[in-house]
Write a protein that binds this ligand. Structure first.
Ligand SMILES: C[S@@+](CC[C@H](N)C(=O)[O-])C[C@H]1O[C@@H](n2cnc3c(N)ncnc32)[C@H](O)[C@@H]1O
Length: 427
């Protein structure tokens, strides 16, 4: 244990030179998702705290950072998140990886055919016979009707017109047709993965993503080239998958990705009730819960919900732990609810973790009035140690870069490693 702690202490956990811009080929840097941690954090923790073939759980899985790092190092993962859009990202990543391991050229083929399809779609729009020889008003009317029909037929929310220029939208609809036109196979996952990743970039909302969260519509609608953004995103996905394959093969020497993913789990549900997971069934937990009142995760995914709507969102939102929309309520109640929620989660983690296993917690104090006078991080640590019996074996502060401070609303976060000691008298 002493040696392990010394190694943990030698690592600089800031990873301040890590960003999705600098590491575009890290597959986890591709999805658009708030408050995620750099993949280097789970990478080191998995390497140091678990062995090959073990099971790594993240009950607040987000875009699947822990799951991907677990696979890279030959571990199985158990992914959980309440947010259906987050679980969908994780499924798309896994579907993309699986397909490309079968045939390394598959994404290249999709890029080629989608590029051709988008080119043709542009021509078809210009040459459509129906519009030839008609005056401008009629053309506009036809276009409008055709356009609305297309949205309605696909169940796409008409509000898309407030976020995207009409010509951007026409390109997006062609991509949407390619995604939904076939089976839910490899190409579905690749295309949806790339499509979801460009949604904010091609929208007319140029502000911070919390503008999307809070439904602040763009003041001016401008055209952005969705076809080009999508094709270059596909190229990036292709590069990232190739990079993943290289890393996977280097570590796993002929290991079987199918087998590992087949024995792993993607679950969409509430971390306060992990009853679908058996007692002492996981070897390591690595997780970062929501920081109090820092984000509204489901609402942040507003744009993808316009195209691929999920049901019961109000119910799901009401189960979000520490949601930002609670920040105007009474501090005392909000803070106490947060502690009660994390108490339930940590209780579940104790139950599902094997003895001698580790639980790594990455957590920060949400900024803002609501947390004034409270040390929410220390309170959660006390719950883990005093109430549930974990031993705290490591703790460090991680400074977050300036850019991240603006994004997450926190200055720094802490990493804790807890140990579930073997019961007395056991082997
Ligand atoms: C800080 S983020 C985790 C990000 C993740 N570490 C990553 O790198 O992608 C916290 C996650 O907790 C999820 N969450 C919020 N309330 C939850 C609940 N009751 N049960 C499960 N997940 C929840 C959010 O949807 C969000 O994805």
């Amino acid at each position: 244990m002493e040696k392990l702690i010394q190694t943990l202490e030698r690592i600089n956990w800031d990873f301040s030179d890590y960003s999705s811009v600098k590491f575009p080929l890290d597959i986890n840097s591709i999805p658009w998702y708030p408050a995620t941690f750099p993949s280097l954090i789970p990478k080191f923790l998995i390497a140091l705290l678990s062995g090959k073939g073990s099971v790594v759980l993240d009950p607040f899985g987000g875009k699947g950072t822990v799951a991907v790092e677990a696979l890279k190092q030959g571990r199985k993962f158990v992914y959980n998140d309440l947010n259906p859009f987050a679980a969908d990202i994780a499924r798309n990543i896994m579907g993309t990886l699986l397909g490309s391991f079968e045939d390394g050229e598959q994404i290249t083929k999709i890029i080629r055919s989608d590029r051709e399809m988008l080119e043709k779609d542009k021509l078809r729009q210009c040459e459509d016979d129906e519009y030839v020889g008609k005056d401008e008003t009629v053309i506009n009317q036809l276009y409008e009707q055709d356009f609305w029909n297309r949205l309605d037929r696909n169940g796409i929310n008409r509000d898309v017109v407030y976020w995207y220029h009409k010509d951007t939208l026409r390109e997006m609809l062609a991509i949407y047709d390619a995604i939904t036109g076939g089976e839910k196979d490899f190409s579905y996952h690749v295309r949806k993965f790339a499509f979801a990743a460009i949604l904010k970039g091609v929208s007319s909302q140029r502000g911070h993503f919390t503008y999307v969260t809070d439904n602040c519509l763009p003041e001016t609608i401008r055209y952005y080239n969705a076809s080009a953004a999508y094709c270059s995103m596909l190229e990036r996905v292709d590069g990232a998958v190739k990079e993943f394959r290289k890393q996977f093969s280097a570590v796993n020497f002929g290991g079987n990705l199918h087998h590992l993913i087949g024995e792993s789990v993607i679950h969409c549900g509430d971390a306060r009730g992990l009853d679908w997971l058996g007692d002492e069934s996981v070897d390591l937990v690595i997780t970062s819960p929501p920081y109090l009142c820092a984000q509204d995760y489901v609402k942040t995914m507003r744009l993808i919900n316009l195209f691929f709507p999920e049901e019961n969102l109000q119910d799901i939102i009401s189960k979000e732990i520490g949601a930002r929309f609670m920040r105007r309520k009474k501090s005392e109640t909000v803070v106490q609810n947060f502690y009660d929620d994390l108490d339930r989660v940590i209780g579940e983690l104790w139950r599902v973790l094997k003895e001698d296993g580790y639980f790594c917690l990455i957590i920060g104090q949400g900024k803002g009035k609501i947390t004034d006078g409270y040390d929410t991080v220390q309170a959660v640590v006390d719950i883990a140690v005093e109430k549930h019996g974990f031993d705290k074996v490591f703790q460090t502060v991680r400074r977050i870069s300036y850019k991240m401070v603006r994004i997450g609303g926190v200055d720094n976060e802490e990493i804790f490693v807890f140990h579930k000691r073997k019961r007395e008298g056991k082997g």
